[in-house]
Design a protein around this ligand. Structure first.
Ligand code: 4AD
Length: 458
């Protein structure tokens, strides 16, 4: 079906003026006056709609009711300059590709996000979701661009695994066995299963990323991770997209620099390439969004020691539901206070107590903390989990034993510390949370085409 993307017409308006052109798209709005009708068409390629002007005298009477909202149309006409130096089309002929009867659910200009969540197959046609998906795509492109330009190799970690990277017991089991309760033990049950032992969907590609980094030096994965987390929050889903770089010959300070550089790069890329979408989110979802994003690009992120963060919280005089105490996880309310009240920008909290963090993190000389950091941002909280990895065989084996892990199952991982071990570091960025941060959307379910969470699947 030969036609021109509406984006190209707006990008090269002067070249199209006076030319007969064909576009395809869906009707966003239409209005009638006595002699003329106006139809706004959008084909998804850009933010703007193309206004199609219909001189009713040149068509039969049917034209008046031919363009209800949601109708799919092929329109041919002459491009003309309209007010404000934008192009519009003067209609010569049209073909209705798909009618949209009056029970089309998206009739109103604005629907609530809750209502739209009930129809993921249609909500992507609304301005909000169209813009979210476009920004998401640009962020994904910018991610590849950043790592490719900086010498990282893109690797694909397996999605089905026998390891639990985070050790939090949140992995979904992968099985082909029908239910039965005849097995005497879990081991016996899974021995009869497809893989001969328990397998699950990966919660993180990090362990395999480390394997690859020990040969390729700098690598990154960009794919889905799965977590059977029951926390029904606005920041958690069961299937999320994860950017996981892993860098050999890098200590914690080095990887913190990379995280900051990468986050600034992708935010700047969106500011430069999606100005209309960002203006839309600023208008409807987060006042001050553009200034916030510019501030991310232009100012230095804060680096704050965990012990210092606890002190600041304790001395803040703020009323918290959970008291901030050294040795405990920072709760969302604490993270928000640090980024939203104290610093008002992204903050790396570093050197967490080792007992609340994963087994693979490098143990600091103080014997109490690990060389780890979380990047917290206003409005969303944690978007990056990051650490230098324990490169010492004995210390790593010791940490695994203390956590009751099956050392034999992770012998491949320990081998990395046996053969040519080097200091190395990496991080995981929650891509969906990054989309939330950049668009100002406050619920992760609204930045994912088909969100999956506990008791939520379509
Ligand atoms: O902090 P996490 O658990 O770190 C890891 O998985 C490391 N193995 C990453 C690494 O070093 N390669 O997760 C990393 C990020 C979090 O900061 C968060 O942004 C996101 O992944 N995340 C989730 N996003 C949405 N829904 C969930 N259930 C998420 N769990 C983690």
């Amino acid at each position: 079906m030969k036609h021109t993307d509406i984006k190209n017409i707006f990008a090269n308006c002067a070249d199209y003026i006076g030319k007969q052109t064909v576009v395809c798209g869906w009707v966003k709005t239409s209005r009638n006056s006595k002699n003329v009708a106006f139809v706004e068409l959008n084909d998804g390629t850009c933010f703007k709609n193309l206004q199609v002007v219909i001189d009713k005298e040149k068509f039969d009477a049917k034209v008046e009711n031919a363009f209800p909202v949601g109708t799919a149309v092929k329109a041919e006409g002459v491009i003309a300059e309209s007010a404000g130096n934008v192009c519009e089309m003067s209609l010569v002929s049209y073909k209705i590709l798909g009618e949209s009867p009056l029970d089309y659910p998206l009739q109103k200009k604005r629907h609530s996000l809750e209502f739209l969540r009930t129809m993921p197959h249609l909500r992507v046609r609304t301005n909000t979701f169209l813009n979210v998906q476009r920004v998401r795509s640009v962020l994904a492109y910018a991610t590849h661009l950043y790592f490719q330009q900086n010498g990282f190799a893109y690797i694909n970690a397996p999605l089905i695994t026998a390891s639990d990277c985070e050790g939090a017991g949140e992995a979904f089991t992968v099985t082909t066995r029908a239910w039965n309760d005849t097995a005497k033990s879990e081991e016996e049950y899974y021995a009869e299963d497809f893989f001969g032992k328990r397998a699950s969907l990966s919660v993180s590609g990090q362990l395999e990323g480390e394997v690859a980094a020990m040969a390729l030096g700098k690598v990154y994965t960009f794919g889905p991770s799965f977590r059977a987390e029951n926390s029904n929050t606005t920041r958690h889903v069961a299937e999320f997209w994860h950017v996981e770089p892993e860098v050999a010959f890098a200590e914690l300070d080095d990887i913190i620099e990379t995280v900051e550089d990468y986050v600034k790069f992708i935010v700047k890329y969106v500011l430069d390439n999606c100005p209309e979408e960002i203006a839309f989110f600023e208008k409807f979802y987060e006042a001050g969004l553009t200034a916030k994003l510019k501030n991310v690009v232009e100012s230095d992120f804060v680096v704050l020691d965990y012990a210092e963060a606890i002190k600041l919280l304790q001395q803040s005089g703020a009323e918290f539901v959970f008291k901030p105490v050294w040795g405990e996880e920072l709760q969302t309310e604490h993270e928000r206070y640090i980024t939203e009240q104290i610093y008002k920008k992204p903050v790396f909290v570093t050197n967490y107590p080792k007992d609340i963090k994963a087994f693979y993190m490098k143990q600091n000389a103080d014997g109490k903390t690990v060389a780890a950091t979380d990047l917290l941002v206003p409005g969303v909280g944690e978007i990056v989990g990051c650490s230098e990895r324990e490169a010492d065989y004995n210390k790593l084996a010791d940490a695994m034993t203390k956590r009751g892990m099956n050392i034999d199952a992770y012998s491949y991982y320990l081998d990395l510390r046996k053969y040519g071990s080097v200091p190395h570091s990496g991080f995981g960025l929650g891509f969906d949370r990054m989309v939330m941060y950049v668009t100002g959307m406050s619920n992760i379910r609204d930045v994912i085409l088909y969100p999956r969470a506990s008791k939520e699947i379509r």
